[in-house]
Design a protein around this ligand. Structure first.
Ligand SMILES: C[S@@+](CC[C@H](N)C(=O)[O-])C[C@H]1O[C@@H](n2cnc3c(N)ncnc32)[C@H](O)[C@@H]1O
Length: 183
């Protein structure tokens, strides 16, 4: 009996160790990957998300897309607090994508540059200016084809588009007021 225990315990410890190494590898890889593609995985502040969704006036009729949806929190908040039924996130990095799947959030692992935007009426984007710039033509075309649709961008301005409204909101992480842009 003691011999069996002496064999099983190291096997379990090695298994846990390998699991931890795999998890750490996945998190680190995701972090480098997000940085590499131009938008690090940084979950936005809850209050800023709430104000962004309010600004876009999301409701049960909204078809919401989050481009670079991270762990899917924005989509879950839209469902929980604004009764939005039609939500979809696009996320490339494996770790946040897996987290959104664990949280049963409708997310597709696909580049935000390849997304078909034609079926949504609100787009939420929390991305760095560098990646926003690359996305501008796609967003401008979307607005042209869907003039009543809305794009909401917390913190970072989409320079080439003219905002309909800009509000200020305190960002806990940044410890200062940030702007939220509605297009
Ligand atoms: C700043 S986070 C935003 C997370 C979430 N939308 C929020 O507001 O809390 C940006 C996310 O975009 C993802 N991302 C960056 N480039 C992408 C691409 N080309 N396609 C899909 N997702 C991308 C990153 O992995 C990261 O999770």
């Amino acid at each position: 009996m003691i011999q069996i225990i002496l064999i099983i315990i190291p096997v379990i410890l090695v298994f846990i160790f390998l699991l931890l190494v795999f998890w750490l590898g996945l998190v680190l890889f995701s972090s480098f990957y997000s940085d590499f593609v131009g938008a690090p995985y940084i979950q936005n502040d809850d209050k800023v998300i709430m104000e962004s969704l309010k600004l876009a006036k999301v409701s049960s009729k909204t078809k919401l897309i989050d481009l670079g949806s991270g762990n899917g929190k924005v989509l879950r908040m839209a469902q929980k607090y604004f009764n939005v039924k039609n939500v979809l996130g696009y996320e490339l990095a494996p770790w946040p994508y897996l987290l959104s799947k664990f949280n049963k959030t409708k997310t597709i692992r696909k580049s935000l540059f390849d997304v078909d935007l034609s079926k949504c009426n609100v787009i939420y984007v929390y991305l760095l200016p560098k990646i926003l710039k690359k996305l501008t033509k796609k967003l401008a075309d979307f607005k042209k084809e869907n003039p009543n649709a809305k794009i909401v961008s917390p913190v970072f301005e989409i320079k080439e588009l003219k905002p309909l409204k800009v509000i200020k909101c305190y960002h806990k992480g940044f410890k200062k007021d940030v702007s939220i842009f509605l297009y």
